[in-house]
Structure formats: C-alpha cells, structure tokens
Design a protein around this ligand. Structure first.
Ligand code: TMP
Length: 242
C-alpha cells in the first residue's frame, strides 16, 4: 500500500491518504516537540525507533485484546493504519506522581498513586491541553457516555498489560497518554504508544528513559529510547518486509 497525498502533519508525525479510503500511512518524523510545540528539535533516528517501537507495543496490546488502528510496518518510519475519526481527548493514567500533576495539586514528585489516577485532557495546544472531565466530554458532544466509559476501561487495561511488560524488563511505567478514535461502530486505540507519550524509569536507578530527557535537556534522548527497545527485544535492524 502506497501513500498518495498528505492529509495532516502534526508535531512529530505526518499522515497520508492511500488508495484505500479506510487506510492511512502514518510517518514518524525525527521531529521532537515539548511544551505544546514551544521546543522543537530533530533527533537523528527517532522516527525509525518510534515507528518500530510503536508497532511492537500495539501488537502486544492487540494480543492482549486491546483493539488498535495498527495494521503493519511499511518501512522504517512508516506504518499502515486504519483511518479513524479521532476523539479530541487525551487519556492519561498515572502510577507515580510527576509532571503536571505535581504542579497542579502540590503533590510530592515520586509519590506512588494507589489507585493509579486517570485524567482526560482536551487535545488543543493553543489552550495548553486543559484538564477536562467526563461531563465536559458529553456536554460538548466530543464523545458519548459509552465511549467515555470504554476509553477509561481500555486505558486501564493498557496500564495493566504494559505496566507488567515494562516491569518484567526492569522499568516502571510512571504515566502515559493514549488517544482513541471511531472505526465504524468500533472504538480503537489510535495515534501511538512510544517513549514520546509516556514516562519510563529504570526500576533500580530511577533513570528517566523517555521524553523527559528532551523536556529537561538531559541529553541521550534517542539512546534512552533505544535502550528501552533493546530491553523489550524490539527489532530495530531487520529490513521491513524481509
Ligand atoms: P503531564 O505530566 O505533562 O500531564 O503528562 C502526563 C503523561 O502524558 C506523560 O507521560 C506525557 C503524556 N502526555 C503526552 O504525551 N502529550 C500531551 O500532550 C500530554 C498533556 C501528556
């Protein structure tokens, strides 16, 4: 399946139409963005690492019964996905307090959250992705009550599956963000799951292995993503299609 023309270009990925109206090509670029697009840099290899990492994770989720838009890898930086009607909200689960949660509520950084907490944010950079609640989503018509419940329960399922996977390789899934979209009458996990959209700490040293390295100028960003990939056994080398 070949891409035909551009549909949309985001901060780190571009999306293309194909000959099949129900399929898109998603290209992971090397661009890396933080603080709602305030800080942007190109990081060598990141597109490939994230594309292949995302394929590995979404495949694991499918095997665990989480339906996603992912179909197959097309090249190092491109994947074929189902074309979804995206719901404009971000679903976040936090197992450990850090980031915006600590600033917003004055919670100590590093506090273990029992139970893990769930948050919805509106996907709107110009408004700095404000925190929203279930009623906003329903009252403003962004999603139905059934979809709101499905987004929550599926995000908790993702937390269970991936929390265990990362833990088995010596990493803590601190928090993460996922997005959902409609495909006919199905609700599918869309967008991506990569170290750009989650926080991962080494279980012993608490070394940050995710995009916080970029946000806070710690260096070694793609090297950290490659370390996570290597611990999980993600193949970053074999040519696609062989
Ligand atoms: P936060 O602490 O900045 O609210 O982020 C919580 C988690 O969600 C963190 O893993 C990063 C991820 N996230 C995104 O990937 N994109 C976003 O726009 C937001 C708000 C969070």
């Amino acid at each position: 399946m070949k891409r035909t023309r551009p549909l949309y270009s985001g901060k780190a990925k571009s999306v293309f139409l194909t000959d099949d109206p129900k399929r898109l090509v998603m290209e992971f670029r090397d661009d890396t963005s933080a603080f709602d697009g305030e800080k942007i840099e190109k990081l060598d290899r990141k597109g490939t690492v994230n594309n292949r990492f995302n394929a590995f994770i979404l495949d694991k989720l499918e095997s665990a019964g989480v339906a996603t838009h992912f179909e197959r890898l097309l090249s190092n930086a491109e994947s074929l996905v189902k074309r979804l009607e995206m719901i404009p909200v971000e679903c976040v689960i936090r197992n450990i307090a850090t980031g915006s949660l600590c600033k917003r509520y004055g919670i100590d950084d590093g506090l273990e959250l029992d139970p893990p907490t769930f948050e919805f944010f509106l996907k709107d950079d110009a408004r700095h992705d404000p925190l929203i609640n279930d009623y906003h989503i329903q009252s403003f018509g962004w999603a139905s009550p059934t979809e709101v419940e499905a987004m929550k329960s599926t995000t908790f399922r993702v937390n269970d599956v991936l929390g265990r996977l990362f833990r088995s390789k010596g990493m803590i899934l601190v928090d993460f963000k996922v997005e959902f979209g409609r495909f006919g009458d199905q609700l599918l996990l869309g967008d991506e799951f990569t170290p750009d959209g989650c926080r991962l700490w080494d279980v012993e040293t608490r070394k940050k292995l995710d995009k916080d390295r970029f946000r806070h100028g710690l260096g070694g960003v793609v090297e950290a993503y490659e370390e996570v990939a290597s611990r999980l056994g993600v193949d970053l080398e074999t040519p696609i299609g062989s």
